[in-house]
Design a protein around this ligand. Structure first.
Ligand SMILES: Nc1ncnc2c1ncn2[C@@H]1O[C@H](COP(=O)(O)OP(=O)(O)OP(=O)(O)O)[C@@H](O)[C@H]1O
Ligand SMILES: [Mg+2]
Length: 327
């Protein structure tokens, strides 16, 4: 977010610190609380769409389980770490095999984006899970559980996180607005709930974005931030892709996600509604049809919980290469 340096990011500031503070996910949170109380848990797998509380639940569980010294017993790694899978593998091995601190008797390794691991890397992860299960419990987080190999799934208790209910998102937005001394009109609240579609990160980001400019958040401000400028930005982004400039298009896409707090579905919808306005000389009708077809597929994948970034980047790649192949 653009103002990260000057102002705290609300999604971090108001991330629940304990499982007791988590709203929603009623099918999951009580079970995790019982793990914390009994000080015992199996390996876990958290699967579900972005912004549904997977990272939050893992951090809260660790805090509840280990108390103030939780950082000594918790390591978070990203499976798609830019330093490569070998680094991830070595780090996991070194962390998992050393003996745990404190009274709990094991530590936790939280592996984010585990569905980005190749099946080869997953096979070696599986061996580590077996070998070090005495001293270390793994929590794997992913958007798609189907991308995780069966032998890993069968070693984990699998929790399926769902998009938050309207009530859960409303409760959190009200809590944040109150703490920040912001008033949100009823209509603005409804607009935010619709625009965020159960993604808590989006909802809180949207609230922060709109509330930064006014103490009273109205539906108009929300709509302005949630949709209107998106169209212009998406035009510029597609324009770059149509010229075959994938890198610029991707840069624009990232800014739409971070600055605007847009979801993959928002961007997809904006692309879809802009398509008819692209002149046939720039994108011939046949290619338009192919693109519409492809957008339909992506729409389905997003609904299934696929990664916004990866899917929309794929659309841009499709547009950028489709153009050069077609020429
Ligand atoms: N149960 C909750 N109660 C209150 N706030 C929540 C809750 N769950 C998530 N949030 C808010 O939403 C933000 C995003 O949630 P989180 O990071 O847990 O999503 P995630 O499921 O890990 O998403 P991703 O798949 O993108 O990693 C958190 O930083 C927090 O501010
Ligand atoms: Mg996460």
């Amino acid at each position: 977010m653009a103002d990260r340096a000057t102002e705290a990011v609300w999604v971090e500031k108001y991330r629940p610190a304990s499982l007791k503070e988590m709203v929603g996910q009623e099918a999951i949170v009580p079970l995790l609380r019982s793990y914390a109380e009994k000080r015992s848990m199996p390996h876990l797998m958290f699967a579900g769409p972005p912004g549904t509380g997977k990272t939050t639940a893992a951090l809260a569980l660790a805090r509840d389980l280990f108390g103030a010294e939780w950082r000594q017993s918790f390591l978070e790694l990203n499976a798609s770490d830019s330093r490569g899978i070998d680094t991830v593998r070595t780090t996991i091995k070194e962390y998992a095999r050393t003996s745990p601190f404190g009274a709990v008797g094991f530590k936790i390794l939280f592996l984010d984006e585990a569905d980005n691991l190749t099946s080869e890397a997953q096979a070696s992860l599986r061996r580590m899970m077996e070998r070090y299960s005495g001293s270390c419990r793994f929590i794997l987080s992913c958007n798609y559980s189907s991308r995780i190999i069966d032998p890993i799934q069968s070693r984990c208790a699998v929790f399926r996180f769902r998009a938050y209910s309207t009530e859960a998102v409303r409760a959190q937005l009200e809590r944040v607005a109150k703490a920040e001394g912001k008033k949100v009109s009823a209509e603005a609240m409804e607009t935010m709930l619709t625009a965020s579609a159960g993604d808590m990160r989006r909802a809180v980001n949207l609230l922060q974005l709109t509330a930064t400019h006014a103490d009273h958040v109205t539906a108009d401000t929300v709509k302005e931030y949630a949709t209107v400028p998106l169209r212009r930005e998406v035009e510029a982004m597609l324009g770059a892709a149509l010229e075959g400039n994938f890198l610029e298009a991707r840069g624009r896409l990232y800014r739409v996600f971070t600055d605007r707090g847009a979801s993959g579905e928002d961007v997809l919808r904006a692309i879809h509604s802009y398509l008819p306005d692209i002149p046939d000389t720039v994108l011939p009708p046949r290619e338009k049809v192919r693109l519409v077809e492809y957008l339909g597929e992506v729409d389905f994948r997003l609904a299934e919980g696929a990664s916004d970034r990866i899917q929309l980047e794929a659309v841009l790649a499709h547009v950028a290469t489709g153009r050069s192949v077609g020429k």
